[in-house]
Design a protein around this ligand. Structure first.
Ligand SMILES: CC(C)(COP(=O)(O)OP(=O)(O)OC[C@H]1O[C@@H](n2cnc3c(N)ncnc32)[C@H](O)[C@@H]1OP(=O)(O)O)[C@@H](O)C(=O)NCCC(=O)NCCS
Length: 223
């Protein structure tokens, strides 16, 4: 078996148009109460489709017996990505977020900032970015998250990406923080959003993939 093969019966492949609704369902189940979750189905569908259709964007899904168990989304170069996103899809995003903004008008500035991402990208520890990763709650703890990340890393390697960064909530988010630390990510800084939410930024360098392999061996996936 290849180092980067997923565990038996899990298939990891690029998201297809027919997978989008299920990816959104996994997102909604995995991120309750989050801002993007509040923006709803139409917005999330458009977001994941836009990432996947971008030349440097990836949405990979992990399936078992035809059912999607999780997904990972990321871009190999954040610089330029958000500008392209807005230029290409601004009216679609405006339409998809119209109803959430009508329900809660005070979210409009946050929405604009989220789509433009000016400060985050300028200060980011790496240009390649893991944007979101989620595993269906009932499938957690089986190594699927680790394999999704390994698959994204393999795709990014084709671009010669030297490092990947991500941000995640600092507080009340033990599971995600531990998950990233176990994958080999290192904490680079903590910063606050304009709303006062504390975020941890992590980065993993090229050599960090060794940790993935070592732990895979511990789990008995290497023969
Ligand atoms: C975070 C998440 C993607 C992990 O997926 P998963 O499939 O359960 O993770 P894995 O089974 O592949 O675990 C990978 C490693 O993380 C560790 N890990 C996972 N959950 C953990 C927890 N709650 N506490 C400590 N370690 C944990 C595992 O021990 C494993 O390390 P090991 O193999 O070296 O022992 C999943 O829990 C999830 O979807 N959470 C909700 C969404 C979210 O928070 N996403 C991340 C923020 S964008």
């Amino acid at each position: 078996m290849d180092f980067l093969d997923p565990p038996p019966n899990i298939i990891i492949q690029p998201m297809q148009p027919g997978d989008v609704a299920e990816v959104v369902r996994v997102h909604l189940a995995s991120f309750p109460g989050f801002f993007l979750t509040f923006l709803g189905n139409d917005f999330l569908s458009l977001l994941y489709k836009s990432i996947q259709s971008d030349p440097i964007g990836y949405v990979l899904v992990a399936s078992c017996n035809g059912q999607i168990q999780g997904f990972v989304a990321g871009v190999a170069q954040q610089s330029g990505f958000y500008r392209r996103l807005i230029e290409k899809h601004k009216w679609k995003f405006a339409f998809a977020s119209a109803w959430p903004v009508v329900k809660k008008p005070h979210i409009a500035p946050k929405l604009l900032m989220a789509l433009q991402k000016p400060a985050d990208v300028r200060d980011a520890a790496a240009d390649a970015c893991l944007m979101s990763i989620a595993v269906r709650p009932e499938a957690e703890g089986q190594g699927i998250g680790r394999q999704l990340f390994a698959a994204l890393y393999r795709e990014f390697s084709a671009f010669g990406v030297p490092a990947i960064c991500l941000t995640t909530g600092r507080d009340a988010n033990e599971r995600a923080n531990r998950f990233y630390q176990r994958l080999g990510f290192e904490l680079t800084r903590c910063f606050f959003t304009p709303e006062g939410r504390a975020l941890n930024e992590y980065v993993i360098q090229d050599s960090g993939t060794k940790l993935i392999f070592e732990s895979r061996a511990d789990n008995g996936w290497l023969h």
